[in-house]
Design a protein around this ligand. Structure first.
Ligand code: SF4
Length: 223
C-alpha cells in the first residue's frame, strides 16, 4: 500500500464531523491514485456518492465527465477527485440541493485535503465551484475566476463552476464563454502533462463508474 492509499484509509475512517454533531454519520468519499497529476477539488459529496462511495458519481459527475472529455481527458485517465469536505452534508433547508458545508466542517476536513495534496503534489488543480475557488484562489466572483489560470511554483490553478449549479450560471452566454475558455485551458495543461515523463507506477486506489443519476445531487453545491 502506498502512502496515499494509507491516507485514504485514514480519511475513510474519519468521523470528526459526526462526532461534533454536524452530520448524522460520516462516510468520507475520495478517489484517485498517486499517479494522478491533475486533481479536482469539489465542495462535498452528494447523496448518490453516499451510495456509490465514489466522488462525482451522480448527475454533476456526468457533466464533469463531459467537460473533461471536451478537454481531451477520457474516462481511462480520470483525475484525482476530492472535495473541501468529504462527507455528504445533507440536504439544504427547504430540500432544494445539498447543504453547503459550514466553515467549521471545512476546517475540520482541511487537514485531510492538505495531506492529500502534500502526497499527491498535483501539477494541475481544478477548482470546482465557489468553495474550492475561495479556498485556493481567493474570494472573487465566479466570473472573475472561471476561464483564468494561475501559475504557482509547483502547480497550475484552474477554476471551474460547480457542475451541480452550472446550468443556472451558464444561462448567461458570457459565462458559457468563460467555461469554454476554462475547458480550453484544461486541454492545454493536460496535453502539456502528457509530455512529462510518467510517474513511477503503483496500484490505483480506486476507479470510477459513473452512473446516470436519478437525483438532483451529485457532488453537492452550487456553482
Ligand atoms: S467531512 Fe471530513 S472531517 Fe468531516 S467526518 Fe467527513 S472526512 Fe472527517
Amino acid at each position: 500500500m502506498d502512502r496515499l492509499e494509507h491516507l485514504h484509509r485514514r480519511i475513510r475512517a474519519c468521523t470528526r464531523c459526526a462526532d461534533a454533531g454536524y452530520i448524522p454519520f460520516a462516510r468520507p468519499v475520495v478517489a484517485g491514485s498517486s499517479l494522478d497529476r491533475i486533481a479536482i477539488v469539489g465542495q462535498a459529496p452528494g447523496a448518490i456518492e453516499l451510495t456509490t462511495g465514489l466522488p462525482f458519481s451522480g448527475r454533476s459527475g456526468a457533466i464533469l465527465r463531459r467537460w473533461l472529455a471536451e478537454a481531451g481527458i477520457g474516462d481511462d485517465e480520470l483525475p484525482y477527485r476530492t472535495a473541501i469536505t468529504k462527507c455528504f452534508p445533507g440536504k439544504a433547508i427547504g430540500g432544494v440541493g445539498d447543504r453547503r458545508p459550514s466553515p467549521a466542517e471545512a476546517k475540520l476536513c482541511a487537514p485531510w485535503l492538505e495531506a492529500e495534496l502534500e502526497l499527491l503534489r498535483p501539477r494541475v488543480l481544478v477548482l470546482l465551484g465557489t468553495m474550492a475557488i475561495d479556498r485556493f484562489w481567493g474570494r472573487v466572483a465566479l466570473e472573475d475566476a472561471v476561464g483564468h489560470r494561475r501559475r504557482e511554483p509547483s502547480r497550475v490553478l484552474l477554476p471551474f463552476p460547480h457542475p451541480s449549479g452550472a446550468s443556472r450560471w451558464l444561462n448567461d452566454s458570457g459565462h458559457a464563454r468563460l467555461l469554454r475558455r476554462a475547458i480550453g485551458l484544461l486541454r492545454l495543461e493536460a496535453a502539456a502533462l502528457r509530455t512529462y515523463p510518467p510517474r513511477p507506477r503503483g496500484p490505483r486506489t480506486s476507479g470510477l463508474t459513473m452512473q446516470s443519476a436519478q437525483s438532483d445531487c451529485g457532488d453537492a453545491g452550487g456553482a
